[in-house]
Design a protein around this ligand. Structure first.
Ligand code: ASP
Ligand code: MG
Length: 426
């Protein structure tokens, strides 16, 4: 008997009909002889609506109370889903994250899971019931307050629970039929990826692919837990996330695609520190200040200094939401660091090309840049990892850049196969 953890996203349980449809799928999985644990997100746009509501009451809701409010979204869907399963003649029991043993640190809004003690879930399973767990939430080990794991956190709940229960697979049900070579909302000809390694999926997620959040992929990779991404609206076979990019033995006999996909991200901003004195410690003091402000930066580019001035420019990208705060912090340190000016651009986008095969294939970046040039897209910054090349372009160029790259690497499907069943792909 296999133990399957199934996670259903907000668009899969958007209304009563959706809840009933999902209940049938859960019951069918159990009837097929599996043990099933379910993790569920809030219905449709509930989390956004609750956030709006809080912001109508106050521009700065206290973190503890905001988490209390937002976690109610998942409690609604878990209870309704348990009721729907009961009407189909099986016993389901809903549990909050806290009841399910999801123990976190005490950072409201972005808590990290530090332990999972799913005693009540195991007991429910042993008694033949189907546990339904509210995603996205836990309880702080220190304060005992309710916490949330950050937007999209139900994926993390599902994987963490699956790992703690030693499940055979974590199935993530979403509004498209798996992981595609790009978001089919932007590239309708995108192709389904049948199988992708943790490392490639991690790069895709970190570069803006919304289908899974990076933290959940990290977690699955650490525990070697296979993730199966599927749609709750169809019976198509979806995408398997498993195996490692460096593990050639696993690829033996299998032809590995050079490029697995393209991802894009419009949420970042770019700061340029102009006229930084070219001396020891300048970069250290700039990024020290940024780090102290708690800002996570992404790409960094530093030029060689101009001989005439002995000064150089340093550009870096960061989450757009942190832009103003970071500018203020840097401005306050202008005299100390000795730079001349600060520029900020929030109209940028990042386009990334991901594939484990690029390690052993020359010419991938040349082809990438050529396809951008042909499409008339100017590149502002470039960074690479072993299995990824990313460029920053003007935000208005993202659509063209993504489609041109997708085509240049032969990722377009011959016939449109992607169906978007719901949601915005957020
Ligand atoms: N409901 C939460 C959100 O909208 C968590 C999730 O859906 O994963 O972010
Ligand atoms: Mg999601």
């Amino acid at each position: 008997m296999a133990l399957v953890v199934q996670k259903y996203g907000g668009s899969s349980v958007a209304d009563a009909e959706g809840i009933k449809r999902v209940a049938k799928r859960i019951v069918a999985t159990k009837a097929a002889g599996n043990q099933v644990v379910v993790v569920v997100s809030a219905m449709g746009d509930t989390t956004d609506e609750l956030l709006d509501l809080a912001n109508q009451v106050t521009p700065a809701p206290p973190g503890r109370e905001l988490d209390m409010l937002l976690t109610s979204g998942e409690r609604i869907s878990m209870a309704l889903l348990a009721m729907a399963i009961a009407t189909l003649g099986m016993e389901a029991r809903s549990f909050t994250g806290s009841q399910a043993g999801v123990i976190t640190d005490d950072v409201h809004g972005t808590a990290r899971i530090i332990d999972v003690t799913p005693g009540r879930i195991s007991s429910a399973l042993a008694e033949g019931a189907i546990p339904i767990v509210a995603g996205f939430q836990g309880v702080s080990q220190n304060t005992k307050d309710i916490t949330t794991l950050g937007r999209g956190g139900s994926d993390t709940t599902a994987v963490a629970l699956a790992a703690a229960l030693n499940a055979d697979v974590c199935e993530i049900y979403t509004d498209v039929d798996g992981v595609f070579t790009e978001d089919p909302r932007l590239v309708p000809s995108a192709r389904r990826i049948p199988r992708i390694t943790y490392e490639e999926m991690l790069e895709m997620a970190a570069c803006g692919a919304k289908v899974l959040i990076p933290r959940c992929v990290e977690y699955a990779r650490r525990y070697n837990l296979p993730i199966h991404v599927r749609s709750s609206f169809s019976d198509k076979i979806g995408t398997w996330v498993s195996g490692h990019a460096g593990d050639e033995s696993e690829e033996a006999g299998m032809e590995q695609a050079i490029i697995s996909g393209v991802a894009h991200d419009r949420s970042e901003g770019k700061i340029t520190v102009v006229g930084v004195p070219d001396k020891v410690g300048a970069a250290a003091s700039i990024f020290g200040i940024v780090a102290e402000a708690g800002v996570n930066i992404d790409m960094i580019v530093q030029n060689v200094s101009a001989i005439a001035t002995g000064r150089t420019d340093i550009s870096f990208t960061l989450p757009g939401a942190e832009g103003q705060k970071t500018l203020e912090t840097l401005r306050a340190a202008q005299d100390k660091i000795g730079f001349q000016d600060l520029l900020y651009d929030d109209r940028i986008g990042k386009v990334s090309l991901i594939g484990a095969g690029m390690r052993s294939h020359p010419g991938v970046s040349a082809k990438f840049f050529a396809s951008l040039a042909e499409a008339g897209v100017n590149i502002q910054m470039i960074t690479t990892s072993e299995i990824r090349i990313s460029v920053v372009v003007s935000q208005g160029d993202v659509d063209v850049a993504v489609n041109a790259t997708h085509r240049a690497f032969g990722l377009d499907a011959d016939e449109v196969e992607a169906v978007v069943y719901g949601g915005t792909g957020r």
